[in-house]
Each structure stands twice: as structure tokens, then as C-alpha cells.
Design a protein around this ligand. Structure first.
Ligand code: SF4
Ligand code: SF4
Length: 204
């Protein structure tokens, strides 16, 4: 049966877009310390930065929900001869690639990234019409993408629980939450507020 087989070309670990544009690999809170340690061990610059933030009006702080691994030309963990130097420990977003997820209202959707060299070459053979075909063409990557969806839902449930316990107020229950509150916008509007990771806020 025909299915995805990575060419190991490294295209997805390089920034192939225009100059000045930075590439962002989304990273989840439970992956941060492992990646920081790997950066130290591999003696590479830690390019992890907060990405999605929610302003917590109750405590006047910014709640960091996700991070990104940023790079201008090539990922710090990539070696031109060896490929990804943290292959088994790479972020789930890398493990699921070329399958990626995005959020529409409260639902998560999956898509195949056509920037991938393999997909680009086999686009006529690989064009899944539904999730079952997606799973057939990308069995391992589909599993990882499902994990990403679960992570996204866990974040949402955590926020709901924290709001219900009146520990935070990011406006989810009141319907005021801006889902795409990014770091640049938040850092300008709430420049003196400290940042806290979502999972560092304890539930009762
Ligand atoms: S972590 Fe590895 S797989 Fe992910 S972008 Fe960096 S080098 Fe590529
Ligand atoms: S671009 Fe596609 S084929 Fe090339 S290394 Fe990345 S996942 Fe593999």
C-alpha cells in the first residue's frame, strides 16, 4: 500500500520562505524543559519563546499557553550531515509533520502540508478526502496529530476549570476571550504584566 515515507531531505527543518520571515515550530508546555535540556546538551542556542498568551484580568498577568521554536535559516537542532539531532525527542509538531492541525472555533481540524517535499512530489497520489484516508497515507503522523488535538483540548479544559474555580479570568466563560492573542500584541498592551505558564497555576 502507498503511504508516506519521509525523504529525510530536511526541507521542513529549514526556512525556505522569503528573507526576514522567521519559521515557527509550535511547542507545548510539557515539551519545554526537555528541549531546554537538549539545547544545553547539544550546545545550541535555545530559541524557545512564548507564543500564545491569554491576558488574565483577575491577576494582571499573562498566561503562556504555547511556545515556539524559532529560526531564521535552519533549526538549531539540525545538522546538515546527520539531520535532526534530537530525532526521537523532537517536538510532537515535528513528529506529526506533514500532518498539521488548526483550530476552528472549538474544533480542531487536520490538514496535509503541501510544503513537504514528499507531498509535493506525490500530490497526485496523496490527497486524502477524509480522516480515514489521511490515517491510511500518514499512519504515524496521524497518530501524532491526534495527540496534538488532545493537547489543545486539555489546554481548553484547564482554562475552563481555572475560570470556574475563579483562579483566573481570561474571558473564556464570559465569551470575551480572543483566541489568537499573540505574544507581540500582548507584550505591547500588557507590557508590565509578568508571564506564567498555564500548568504552573494550580487547581484546587
Ligand atoms: S526539531 Fe528536528 S525535526 Fe524539528 S525542525 Fe528542528 S531539526 Fe527539524
Ligand atoms: S519536507 Fe517532508 S520529506 Fe522532507 S524531511 Fe520534511 S517531512 Fe520528510
Amino acid at each position: 500500500m502507498f503511504f508516506f515515507k519521509c525523504f529525510k531531505c530536511g526541507k521542513c527543518c529549514h526556512n525556505v520562505k522569503s528573507e526576514g520571515y522567521e519559521r515557527y515550530i509550535p511547542v507545548y508546555l510539557d515539551e519545554i524543559s526537555k528541549l531546554e535540556n537538549l539545547a544545553l546538551k547539544n550546545k545550541v542556542k535555545n530559541n524557545l519563546e512564548p507564543d500564545l498568551l491569554y491576558p488574565d484580568i483577575l491577576n494582571k498577568r499573562l498566561i503562556v499557553v504555547t511556545y515556539v521554536l524559532k529560526f531564521k535559516d535552519v533549526c538549531a537542532f539540525y545538522n546538515e550531515k546527520l539531520g535532526c539531532t534530537i530525532y526521537n525527542d523532537r517536538p510532537i509538531t515535528c513528529k506529526s509533520y506533514p500532518v498539521s492541525i488548526w483550530k476552528e472555533h472549538i474544533n480542531y481540524m487536520m490538514k496535509v502540508n503541501t510544503d513537504c517535499k514528499f507531498v509535493e512530489k506525490n500530490i497526485g497520489l496523496i490527497s486524502p478526502k477524509n480522516y480515514s484516508e489521511l490515517e491510511t497515507f500518514f499512519p504515524k503522523e496521524y497518530k501524532q496529530a491526534k495527540k496534538l488535538m488532545i493537547k489543545g483540548k486539555e489546554i481548553l479544559y484547564r482554562i475552563i476549570e481555572l475560570e470556574q474555580q475563579k483562579k483566573i479570568d481570561v474571558g473564556y466563560l464570559s465569551g470575551k476571550l480572543d483566541f489568537f492573542y499573540d505574544v507581540e500584541k500582548a507584550e505591547v498592551e500588557y507590557k508590565n504584566w509578568e508571564k506564567i505558564n498555564l500548568y504552573d497555576i494550580e487547581l484546587d
